[in-house]
Every structure is written in structure tokens, then in C-alpha cells.
Design a protein around this ligand. Structure first.
Ligand code: ZN
Ligand code: ZN
Ligand code: ZN
Length: 365
């Protein structure tokens, strides 16, 4: 474990240097967990990991949290600089930096801390750290891929069981509670999200499940997932209740074709935006282009949404080990919506679907 963190710290420093940064500043966040396995609560007291190309990394922590930091999996790899209440921690960070240059800051550094750093380092240009950390975290190692496989299988098993439950006469919120319970039964630490959107609510991609009672001829979009052993699941299936509403089968077929075409296009060397375009082309050709109102997918790992994004302008070149969702949808206001989402991993010569649930239209009772 310690060797893995040492390797990640080295790669972060190399990538920061390659992108022209004199330092990378990482606050409590999934980035920090990735680099050193340390997960303190983000607070008004400054905690930051300082990574500087060619120099040793160090961790700035409130003195009272030094024991906690030391005990972290990567804690022994670092010099730990404690600061006591009443001292200016930003000045300590400033003294470790050159007077000029570009510094990358992690996306989760609170603005209060960034403002403190900017005040203390007037010659430094601060820039987003996501191009550095997003790139590192996007490519998963074999252990991470295994963790994502387990999370996906647990979500598949959740879906297999939810469609055996009755839907007619139950409220969206009750089905959502069942999804949450099943996710946990299959090993998730917690259910992070359980979207159950029925009838016309299914036209709202991020619908909050509520008191609507599910009736025959509803389409129901279920989008659910959570964290299992540190890594996220996220899958979506759309089902018909008793029988499909008018027009659902046609739209469902278009979304399924778009999702299949996009997944089949995944291989090393292609770009994320080209995968988005593959899904979008299928939906546009069927006349629903304006009803596909979101990107095709997002990276997944320590966070449910992380780099890269399958969206016009992202342009990440896929390489083996990159994991992301493929989740096209069509939303018809006042009628219904359809989304199908699987997590996939780029392999040496193509793609592995981590979710294995059937993509045919399931009919529930
Ligand atoms: Zn979403
Ligand atoms: Zn989802
Ligand atoms: Zn998703």
C-alpha cells in the first residue's frame, strides 16, 4: 500500500512538472485519498498536501491532527508540518514556493483557503489542478478495476432483484428505498443516489423520487449506485410497468442502439468526445437529437463523477484502464423518458462492460 502511494506521489509530481506547474496543492478530497490514503474532514483550518517537482512532498496540517495524518497509509512517506492555532498557515505554504510561477490547486480547496494562499503568494498564478489529478485518476490499476467490477456486479444484482418486486400501486420513494436497501445488502457502504422516475417524471433526468404512485403503462427510469470498498457503482435501467406506454418501445430501441454503438466504439486511441458523438449521431438520426439533453457519460472511480467526461470538447484520448459511464437518454416532457447506463473499462484492444444487466426492455408488475 505504501509503495502504491509513493508511486502515485511521484506520478503527480511528474505530471505537474509536465504541465508546467511549480507545485500542486491538494486539499482534503478524493485526490488526497488517492495520493496518500488520508481522509480528514475539510475544515476552516488549513490542511494541504504540497507536491513540488524535484522536491520532497510535505503535508501541512493543524498541529492537533498530526497523529491522524501520521497514521494515514501514506503518512510515513511525508514530512508533516504542523501549524498551531494563531499562526498563519498560508505564510508557511508561501515560504515553500518560489516567488513566481504557476501552481495547480485541487478542485476541492475551499475558496477561503485559496484566497488565503493568493494573499500570501502575490507572484504566483493559481490554476485548476484537475488537469493533473484527473489525468492520473482516470487510468485505473488492476486493483481499482477489480473494485469497480465488484461495485458494478452488486448494482446488477440490485437491479435483478428490484424488477421482481411489485411496482403498481407503490410510490416512487418506496421503490427508491428498496433500491437503497438492496445496494447495501449487496455490499455497498451506502446508497449514494436512487433515482426512481415514473410516468412523466421520467422525462426529468435527475428526478427526486417522491410521492407519485406508479401505475400501469408507466415507464420507470431507475438510476442508482453507491460506494463499495471505496469505488462507485452507477447504473440506469428503464422498465415498463405492465405494458409499455405508447411510443416507448421505439424510443427505447433508439436509446439502446445509441448505447450499444457508443460502447462498441470504445477502444484505446479514440477520444471521449468521439464516443459522445457516436451516441448522439444515432439519436439525432432518429429525430430525437434535441431530447438528448446531457453528455453521454462521465469517468467513475473514487468519485461517482470524475474525469474524463464524454462530452464535446473533452478530447481525452482513451487508454487501457480508463473507466466511465455510457448513458445516453431521450426525454419527452409530459410523456416519459428513457436512459440506459453501464460502466465500461477500456481494455488493451477494446472494451469491457462492467455492468451485465440485460439491456432489453424489462416489463415489471
Ligand atoms: Zn446523472
Ligand atoms: Zn447514473
Ligand atoms: Zn452516471
Amino acid at each position: 500500500v505504501r509503495a502504491r502511494h509513493a508511486e502515485r506521489l511521484r506520478r503527480a509530481a511528474d505530471e505537474a512538472e509536465r504541465q508546467g506547474f511549480v507545485a500542486l496543492v491538494v486539499a482534503p478530497s478524493p485526490d488526497l485519498r488517492y495520493l496518500i490514503g488520508y481522509e480528514p474532514m475539510p475544515l476552516e483550518r488549513l490542511t494541504v498536501l504540497m507536491i513540488r517537482p524535484g522536491r520532497e512532498p510535505f503535508l501541512v496540517v493543524p498541529e492537533l491532527e498530526r497523529p491522524l495524518a501520521r497514521a494515514a497509509p501514506g503518512g510515513a512517506l511525508l514530512e508533516i508540518e504542523g501549524w498551531v492555532d494563531g499562526v498563519d498557515p498560508y505564510g508557511r505554504v508561501a515560504r515553500s514556493l518560489p516567488s513566481e510561477g504557476r501552481v495547480a490547486v485541487g478542485d476541492r480547496l475551499w475558496s477561503a483557503h485559496l484566497l488565503g494562499l493568493q494573499r500570501a503568494c502575490p507572484g504566483i498564478a493559481f490554476a485548476p489542478g484537475s488537469p493533473v489529478m484527473g489525468r492520473l485518476r482516470a487510468t485505473k490499476d488492476p486493483d481499482e478495476l477489480d473494485a469497480l467490477r465488484h461495485a458494478a456486479r452488486a448494482a446488477d444484482e440490485t437491479f435483478r432483484q428490484i424488477v421482481q418486486q411489485p411496482f403498481v400501486g407503490r410510490r416512487e420513494a418506496e421503490v427508491a428505498a428498496d433500491l437503497a436497501r438492496l445496494l447495501v445488502e449487496h455490499g455497498h457502504r451506502a446508497a449514494e443516489f436512487t433515482i426512481v422516475a415514473s410516468g412523466a417524471n421520467a422525462a426529468s433526468p435527475h428526478h427526486e423520487p417522491g410521492s407519485r404512485t406508479i401505475v400501469p403503462k408507466d415507464a420507470v427510469v431507475m438510476d442508482f449506485g453507491g460506494e463499495l470498498a471505496g469505488y462507485f457503482s452507477d447504473t440506469t435501467r428503464t422498465v415498463a410497468v405492465v405494458e409499455p406506454p405508447d411510443g416507448l418501445e421505439e424510443v427505447f430501441g433508439v436509446v439502446r442502439d445509441a448505447q450499444s454503438a457508443a460502447v462498441e466504439a470504445v477502444r484505446p486511441g479514440v477520444t471521449t468526445d468521439s464516443i459522445d458523438a457516436v451516441a448522439r449521431d444515432v439519436i439525432e438520426a432518429a429525430g430525437y437529437g434535441e431530447r438528448f439533453i446531457h453528455r453521454t457519460g462521465h469517468g467513475i472511480g473514487l468519485e461517482v463523477h470524475e474525469a474524463p467526461y464524454l462530452v464535446a470538447g473533452d478530447g481525452t484520448v482513451l487508454e487501457p484502464g480508463v473507466t466511465f459511464s455510457v448513458e445516453p437518454g431521450i426525454y419527452l416532457p409530459g410523456r416519459f423518458g428513457v436512459r440506459i447506463e453501464d460502466i465500461v473499462a477500456v481494455t488493451d484492444d477494446g472494451v469491457e462492460r462492467l455492468n451485465r444487466s440485460s439491456r432489453d426492455l424489462a416489463v415489471v408488475r
